[in-house]
Design a protein around this ligand. Structure first.
Ligand SMILES: Nc1ncnc2c1ncn2[C@@H]1O[C@H](COP(=O)(O)OP(=O)(O)OP(=O)(O)O)[C@@H](O)[C@H]1O
Length: 755
């Protein structure tokens, strides 16, 4: 059969599949409408039933079963409607491009069978055959992994062997095959070329049609407790973990939902950048948080220093102190310190109510001292919390009939009084005394809630002072903590928590109080691992004890510290995060940038020769050296203007925030220029100016490195920053310097072109 005939046959099949999809879309539309009507009806019924006051004071004690049931019914119908809508969206996507791959397999003794692979599975309308297999189906693994010949794939009954006789790739757009070819190896470069050559459209795309073999290993790993991925810039780490999340959700539908997965992302823009990948695969997004946001939530009331602020401030702690506070040793020291704590050495403080001690520190200390010696520290803390709550309940009972509460009751406006009644009304009581006692108790509970909260939140221990005591207790050879302690105290006084102290301080608090752990989370993903201290990672492992961890990053994109060899970073991590089943995967092929840009970027690194550029060509990085400020400004404006004529998104990346402000002052005359800050959550197109730490994980059509001079990037210590800047560019990179260009840029003239 000629190539043309083959193509015609395949197009006939595509046409047939699309007619089946059309039918199913009609059915799905009808089902969505019915479900919508049902939701409306249930909601209407619910609002009629839910008119009772839901703002209960004693919410823990009063639960209204009927309302709970109604609520469940509403959420079930809403969920049903959402599922149907999602199915409809999936069908609409398949209508455009039903699949991207085909494999032919032949089991021994059977006929050859053709299977088609796409973003979601599809059955024929009669529900007898699969027209398309989901890319996550076990058999689809062959498409990504296998070369022609005998191949294996997992089934519920164990590993199966079959013969892979054909592997075909398609590009289908608007129902038409635009490209089609056979390959005998893993997903071929031709399709990748097409996928990578196009212009950036702000948001990351799914890569399921072109997943590479090593990426597939990351995606389909279901057994490791700790999966570590070290990958060069642009090697598809983020892509791989997003498809991995989609894969995990698909395979554990019944037991795993997106809320049990959290991704620690480098910045807010990144969260927006990746927000479409999972929905495009029919899945809900996992939770996302930056480490700074996470810490701020844990230290309610304190301003936690962000890694950006720390980088900008430039005045860090003495190196040995910094090293210790970032290490696994500090966490072991915290554990040892907590073992030694007793009633005398815990920093108990009063719980106040209206400016006076309600429970005094000495009373709390006595309660602690009265707990059995054998009890663990956290059990002791729990025991005193229970004792305090019991005492508080006694106080509430007494207060209910006290003059101050009864006086307050008398002065209460009617609306407030109605709130206090809750579900009851005045008629429910047999006597006025009973009624007043009830209301008095409710009011006293209300008023003393602050005391309850203080007990519940462990505010009877001064955790910040306790941590200071911990620092004081450290006697380490060659490390003097005295200045660090003074600085720490001063920061706390101003409600600031220095970043270096955050993990050990939280760990200490959690080990004393036994709180803080989350056992619901099943998977934790940490991107940009090189920006986390080992202490911070140990803390995250502590609070998510049931979770499997996937940690990824690039030791060479080190913005905040010196570049480390990947092996050194990985060894440090796997030792400290002692996991039972560890898997380490390295990705060395870089997909984002043209060969010219990758070759230039990797030459800055001590270990760069391991990085393999993807074969997609463009022009050499352009270097523009300016002698004075005026020339520099003109060159910058000209360069950005030229790039803006060719590309949709151009980023001007700087080392610091001050430089980004400077760049913006020069460029704001250009249409579509925007200065981005740490608070921005949406990534626009146009001319974007920002410090590199906000561009972590992102990519742009063209990048201009702002002031790539020898003054700004003098030596190897700044290589991580310039490497990260250069590796954000997909198609074009320009470097402009005021004064002599950095030796990191000029040391290999064949990799650049001078203006
Ligand atoms: N298999 C693939 N098929 C198509 N595109 C891919 C593939 N792998 C990676 N890419 C593309 O390469 C670019 C870089 O991928 P990604 O951002 O996941 O890399 P990364 O390793 O997380 O990068 P960095 O560490 O530099 O932030 C993205 O545009 C992504 O879509």
């Amino acid at each position: 059969m000629t190539e043309n005939d083959e193509r015609q046959l395949e197009q006939t099949r595509v046409d047939f599949v699309i007619t089946q999809i059309d039918d199913q879309i009609d059915e799905a539309n009808a089902a969505v409408n019915t479900a919508h009507d049902e939701t409306r009806a249930v909601e209407k019924n619910y609002s009629a039933n839910a008119s009772v006051n839901l703002y209960e004071v004693d919410d823990a004690m009063d639960t209204n079963v009927q309302i709970q049931q109604q609520r469940q019914l509403v959420s079930r119908t809403v969920e049903n409607e959402t599922i149907l809508k999602n199915q409809l969206t999936t069908l609409q996507e398949l209508q455009e491009s039903p699949y991207f791959g085909r494999i032919n397999i032949k089991d021994a003794g059977d006929d050859e069978e053709a299977l088609y692979i796409g973003v979601a599975s599809l059955m024929n309308t009669a529900k007898t055959d699969f027209l398309v297999y989901d890319w996550r189906a076990p058999i689809a693994g062959i498409y990504y992994n296998g070369s022609l010949g005998d191949v294996e794939y997992p089934t519920p009954n164990g590993t199966q062997t079959t013969e892979l006789t054909k592997k075909r790739q398609f590009t289908i757009a608007h129902g038409q095959i635009t490209n089609m070819f056979d390959t005998n190896d893993t997903v071929g470069d031709e399709m990748l070329q097409a996928a990578l050559g196009s212009q950036n459209d702000q948001l990351m795309q799914n890569i399921v049609a072109t997943i590479q073999k090593e990426q597939n290993d990351i995606i389909r790993d279901t057994t490791s407790d700790l999966l570590l991925v070290q990958g060069a810039a642009g090697s598809g780490k983020t892509s791989a973990i997003l498809q991995r999340i989609a894969y995990l959700l698909y395979h554990s539908r019944a037991s795993l939902n997106a809320d049990q997965i959290v991704l620690f992302s480098p910045n807010r823009l990144f969260s927006h950048y990746i927000s479409e990948v999972l929905p495009s695969l029919g899945e809900r997004n996992m939770r996302q948080v930056t480490f700074a946001e996470f810490l701020t939530r844990r230290f309610e009331g304190l301003n936690v220093e962000t890694i950006f602020e720390q980088f900008e401030s430039q005045h860090g702690l003495p190196k040995p102190v910094q090293k210790f506070l970032a290490s696994a040793d500090v966490m072991t020291a915290v554990e040892n310190y907590t073992q030694s704590l007793s009633a005398e050495t815990i920093e108990f403080i009063d719980i106040d109510f209206e400016g006076q001690a309600f429970f005094t520190a000495s009373h709390i200390r006595q309660l602690f001292a009265g707990t059995p010696d054998k009890m663990s520290l956290t059990d002791k803390t729990l025991a005193i919390k229970n004792a305090l709550i019991k005492e508080l309940k006694g106080h509430i009972k007494t207060a209910a009939n006290s003059d101050w509460i009864q006086d307050e009751l008398e002065g209460l406006p009617t609306a407030k009084l109605r709130e206090l009644y809750g579900e009851h009304s005045a008629d429910d009581f047999e006597s006025e005394d009973e009624q007043l006692t009830y209301l008095g108790k409710r009011l006293a509970t209300n008023r003393l809630r602050v005391v309850y909260n203080a007990i519940y939140n462990n505010h009877f221990i001064d955790h910040y002072f306790q941590y200071q005591d911990f620092l004081n207790s450290l006697h380490l050879k060659n490390i003097d903590f005295s200045n660090t302690i003074t600085d720490y105290n001063q920061a706390i006084e101003f409600h600031q928590m220095p970043l270096e102290h955050s993990a050990p301080a939280l760990y200490l608090r959690d080990l004393i109080t036994g709180s803080g752990q989350n056992r619901q989370l099943e998977y934790v993903f940490i991107d940009e691992m090189q920006d986390y201290s080992v202490a911070a990672l140990i803390y995250l492992k502590h609070i998510f004890p049931k979770a499997k961890f996937t940690i990824l990053g690039d030791s060479e994109q080190a913005l905040y510290s010196d570049i480390e060899a990947p092996e050194v970073l990985l060894q440090r991590l796997s030792e400290s995060l002692s996991a039972k089943k560890t898997n380490l995967i390295s990705l060395n092929r870089s997909y984002r940038s043209t060969t010219e840009i990758t070759n230039f970027a990797k030459a800055m690194l001590p270990d760069g020769d391991k990085i393999i550029p993807f074969s997609r060509h463009g022009s050499l990085p352009k270097v523009i050296e300016c002698n004075d400020k005026t020339q520099f400004k003109d060159a910058l404006v000209n360069e950005v203007r030229t790039l803006a004529d060719q590309f949709e998104t151009i980023a001007i990346l700087t080392k610091t925030k001050a430089q980004a402000n400077e760049a913006y002052r020069i460029l704001r005359q250009l249409k579509n220029s925007k200065l981005l800050s740490a608070n921005d959550r949406v990534l626009p197109s146009g001319i974007l100016i920002m410090p590199i730490y906000l561009a972590k994980g992102l990519e742009f059509d063209a990048v201009v490195a702002y002031d790539a001079s020898a003054t700004n990037y003098p030596n190897q210590h700044s290589a991580g920053i310039l490497y990260t800047i250069a590796s954000r560019a997909m198609h074009q990179l320009s470097l402009i310097s005021l004064g002599e260009t950095s030796p990191l840029v000029t040391h290999n003239q064949s990799l650049i072109t001078d203006k």
